[in-house]
Design a protein around this ligand. Structure first.
Ligand code: ATP
Ligand code: ZN
Length: 214
């Protein structure tokens, strides 16, 4: 019998943390979640859990510091790391959308031509602009993107939206969803057969949990 453990990276705190822990619990996996801990071991499954910033998870999985991760598709596709997306997890649902000031009239992506767009997702915005043959200035900012138009930093923003209330409170309207996102399980491209066998067991449980919810 091997004592190998699969190493899973999840968000340390934030919007994906609780649902990630809940999913493990629903899979029958017991993790003690000490506050401020970097990692934790499951007591009844060959799994070790690392608690990290969500933005760092694709890199850690590519580098095989973690074998698998739970992370938003928005982060996966922004980072463009060499990792495999294996399974949608059904939580963390949101969309990445372009928003502009309420008073303005948007009819197509051409509205953005020559404009300044503030976002934390420069790669995905660039992909969208290219696909629509638009040239615009992308201003990368790491947080509070929704205040950029109000302070004259940008003409439009591209940010994650779920209900839209944050946009509304900042005098913005959502005009163009560019990516639908939810949390997914990602894996390193070169898992050993032994690691893959543990992942297959975990996936079987995740799929059972998902089925039970439908
Ligand atoms: P970290 O400290 O880990 O970097 P963060 O501030 O980048 O955290 P959160 O705001 O906790 O991240 O969001 C984590 C993920 O939750 C997002 O990348 C996205 O996949 C998902 N998410 C779901 N709904 C929303 C929403 N309305 N706004 C932002 N993110 C959302
Ligand atoms: Zn983050």
């Amino acid at each position: 019998m091997s004592n190998m453990k699969l190493r899973l990276a999840i968000q340390k705190s934030g919007r994906l943390h609780d649902d990630s822990m809940r999913l493990l619990k629903e899979c029958g996996i017991d993790i003690s979640n000490g506050v401020n801990k970097l990692k934790s071991e499951a007591s009844n499954f060959p799994l070790e859990v690392f608690f990290l910033r969500d933005d760092d998870i694709p890199q850690y999985v590519e580098d095989a510091v973690a074998d698998i991760g739970f992370v938003g598709e928005n982060v996966v596709y922004e980072k463009k790391k060499k990792i495999d997306v294996v399974e949608k997890l059904g939580f963390g649902k949101c969309r990445l959308s372009i928003a502009i000031s309420k008073g303005e009239n948007y009819t197509s992506a051409a509205f953005l031509q020559g404009k300044r767009i503030a976002t934390s997702y420069p790669v995905l915005v660039e992909d969208f602009l290219k696909a629509n043959n638009i040239t615009a200035e992308i201003h990368e900012i790491s947080g509070s993107v929704e205040i950029a138009p109000g302070i004259g930093l940008a003409d439009a923003i591209c940010d994650l939206v779920s209900s839209g209330s944050t946009l509304f409170m900042n005098g913005l309207q959502e005009v163009e969803p560019i990516l639908q996102s939810q949390a997914v399980l990602v894996k390193n491209e070169q898992l050993s057969p032994e690691q893959q066998a543990i992942l297959d067991k975990l996936l079987f449980r995740i799929q059972s949990v998902k089925k039970a919810k439908n």
